[in-house]
Design a binder for this molecule. Sequence first.
Ligand code: HEC
Ligand code: HEC
Length: 249
Amino acid sequence: MSGSSVKASKGIAGMILAAVIGVPLFVYLLIKLFTSGSGVDITRSTMTTEAVSARLQPVGSIKIVDGGPPGSKSGKAVYEAVCVSCHGTGLAGAPKFADAGAWGARISKGFETLWTHAIKGFNAMPVKGGAADLTDDEVKRAVAYMANAGGAKFEEPKVEGAAADGAVDPATKGKEIYDSVCMACHAAGLAGAPKFGDKAAWAPRLKDGVDSAIAIATKGLNAMPPKGGYSGSDAEFTAAAQYLINSSK
Ligand code: HEC
Ligand code: HEC
């Protein structure tokens, strides 16, 4: 074979290859062009708001879990996870949430009678509202939360980890606040924030003591907003700051 005929046969092979791959591809693209419209059909069931938001849910989210360790659920969290199913609408004669008329006579029985009934059951009110895994204190907190919404002034039993003097435990509540608020800046050191666990960044700030650094942070400092933008109590903010500062020790 001469050189030019090798070239020619290579050229033919190339054309055949282009035809084998190119023609079906061209036809496929042509069909797509005339049939697919915008490409996303919003009437398809997979694109409904419900379907999309369901896919955006974090994997394994369970409503009753409230972030903290067992026994640490607030009255509001317990109410929203358990009690609301009856007390939200007044099902089966349950005193309705925030209905002062329905709660008035019950409140006058006193906090202790009410939480005893909620823990042990009372007529159609099931033991612990049917949630046996709740601790007694969690049920008491939910009773206080509901009764207070109906006009009482009961005090929710403190969340475990909170000391008697109202101080808040840095390792539990403090961490929870850090994770939800402070982390946004202090994890990566955004806007010059001293980084979590960074000894060198924290040392100069702690030279006048931890309390002084926390007092400064409570008021705000340059890009650090007052209390880091946290809207809860000073005691809770202090716990978060202690958790953050402890990481650098
Ligand atoms: C399955 C429905 C149901 C659930 C869930 C439920 N309750 Fe009740 N609850 C009732 C009913 C019904 C009554 C009224 C009972 C009566 O007075 O005969 C009631 C009454 C009460 C009372 C008033 C007791 C009294 O002495 O008057 C309290 C307090 C209470 N519930 C607390 C709770 C708490 C706290 C929860 C959640 C942990 C909860 N309930 C969940 C049905 C429910
Ligand atoms: C919007 C970003 C941002 C958030 C959110 C934030 N911080 Fe800060 N924080 C900063 C910055 C920036 C600094 C450094 C300010 C400076 O020195 O100019 C700082 C400094 C601090 C200091 C040291 C104060 C001192 O005396 O030097 C503490 C303590 C602190 N933050 C605690 C917290 C806690 C606790 C939270 C959460 C409740 C929080 N911060 C949330 C940005 C933030």
